[in-house]
Design a protein around this ligand. Structure first.
Ligand code: TLP
Length: 340
């Protein structure tokens, strides 16, 4: 099977397994795991922040950030396609007791004036706007990259109006591969960022939440309350360190593969539109006469797995376990599909 379901499906490479096997571990709840400590220090330094926290998932890292940055009855501002709204089970309300204000961005990317206009005036009967969350790359926006100017302008608004700025950087290294910016250049514009090691970077499990000492100290307490305090987690952190050292530069290959898929999709009469492809995500719509279920069943019969991303929409995600030959196979399979 050629699995284009998500970049979360990758299995550890032999080199990564070797690094995991060799990890020195301890009990991380007592902060005695040297490999977790090393991953946290490395991540914080990379993004120009003081501290970091290893979390079991991107969802938990984001939810901890929401909890630490807000109080009940506050409101978070984000794009309407955001993962924190669409795919985290409404956790912002459940864990943090906050509301959410959704803005219509362009492929998931917001402009500073939209954020400024969404900030609530200070009234007893209104929720308090205390946090903005940006997603980079934006998954449902088609893997779109936040231009640095937008981030800087939004940061300026946040500073002027007293809001915190968190980035869901699940795929931040895909974004940086395109923009060419150093991690610290984006890091310095943010109060916190969550970074997934288990997506494009190919680690089996884990995300890091990065911020100030004070923020991470509180985040550590919230992680424990959520049941995310892990013990000999160094085996997993070793995979994360290996991923940061070995799997960042190769992300450009995944992006090239996504463009190859898009170039085929553009020629197919059963495809009605494709989101602009900037990174490793390809989101496309089907014409009215074809359903995602029909195309997905055909793909599966021909050894290709993908998923529906809306009633007329399909998503392909390229990653470490899909090589160029596999992409060429998928292009051929797509070209042979006939509407029944
Ligand atoms: N995204 C998954 C699904 O939940 C949609 C995927 O297959 O893309 N932020 C972003 C932008 C994400 O895309 C995801 C996962 C997360 C956070 C959550 O990460 P995990 O799955 O580790 O909780």
């Amino acid at each position: 099977m050629i699995n284009l379901l998500s970049d979360t499906v990758t299995k550890p490479t032999p080199g990564m397994l070797k690094a995991m096997w060799a990890a020195e571990v301890g009990d991380d709840v007592f902060r005695e795991d040297p490999t977790v400590n090393a991953l946290e220090a490395k991540s914080a330094t990379l993004f120009g922040h003081e501290a970091a926290l290893f979390c079991p998932s991107g969802t938990m890292a984001n939810q901890i950030a929401l909890k630490v940055h807000t109080r009940p009855l506050d409101e978070v501002i984000c794009d309407e396609t955001s993962h924190i709204y669409q795919y985290e089970v409404g956790g912002y309300a459940f864990h943090s007791g906050i509301g959410i204000q959704l803005l219509p961005g362009k492929n998931g990317v917001l402009e500073a004036h939209q954020v400024a206009a969404a900030i609530r005036p200070n009234q007893d009967w209104l929720p308090k706007s205390t946090l903005v969350v940006l997603e980079n790359t934006c998954n449902k926006g088609g893997g779109s990259v936040y231009p640095l100017e937008n981030i800087k302008a939004i940061r300026k608004v946040c500073l002027e109006r007293g809001l915190a700025l968190h980035m869901d950087g699940a795929r931040i290294f895909n974004a940086l591969a395109v923009s060419g910016d150093a991690p610290a250049v984006i890091g310095q514009e943010l109060d916190s960022i969550s970074v997934c090691l288990s997506k494009g970077l190919g680690a089996p499990v884990g995300s890091v939440l990065i911020g100030s000492q004070k923020f991470i100290a509180e985040a550590r307490r919230v992680r424990k309350a959520m049941g995310g305090g892990m013990r000999q987690a160094g085996y997993l952190a070793a995979a994360g360190i290996y991923a940061l050292d070995h799997h960042v530069v190769r992300l450009a290959e995944d992006h090239a593969h996504a463009r190859m898929l898009a170039s085929t999709l553009e020629t197919l009469d059963y495809v009605s539109g494709i989101r602009p492809v900037q990174t490793n995500i390809v989101i496309f719509d089907l014409v009215d006469t074809v359903t995602p279920a029909q195309l997905l069943a055909y793909l599966e019969e021909n050894g290709v797995k993908a998923s529906a991303f809306g009633p007329k929409t399909i998503r392909f995600v390229t990653h470490l376990d899909v090589d160029r030959a596999m992409i060429e196979t998928v292009m051929g399979v797509l070209g042979r599909f006939r509407v029944a």
